[in-house]
Design a protein around this ligand. Sequence first.
Ligand SMILES: [Zn+2]
Length: 171
Amino acid sequence: MINISNAVLSKKAVAIIIKTAKDGYLAPYKQERLGILLGRLQGDTVFVSNGILFQGGIKTRTSVSVNSRSIENRIEHLSLRHRLKFLGSFHTHNEVANNISSALSEEDKVPICENYIPLIEVVATIWVSDSPLRQSQYYCQVRCDEYRIRIATYRFGGSFPIMPVSSKGFK
Ligand SMILES: [Zn+2]
């Protein structure tokens, strides 16, 4: 197993994650959204340079289920086109009935496909708030209009530890 200890997200990846979270939140009945993370691995750091929304799948307020084969096709195509490594996926958690959680569910711990092993999973939790931003090295908060998005990164596998995450896109 590769020993990854922290993640760096590009400004672009953060912008895409924020937009994805907001679009899902604004969808009728709110929808969870999911995307693919591409980048590179250097030492014990994952550098996420790009995030791409995965359009398919069955989406509810609290879940997205995707077809393994179709996501593999997408990963294959995107990693070749961008010449980047598949690092894992990101998905959104909507505030539902005042419940805000960045924790991984048991379903979140199941790889999105069989042939590409994820290294990380990024969870973007979104809710409405105008209170001051609260930052830590594990939970970064970003403001977007009246929305607040909290980004947390987990190492995929084992005990799924949360990892320090940083980005120039956090402000
Ligand atoms: Zn989840």
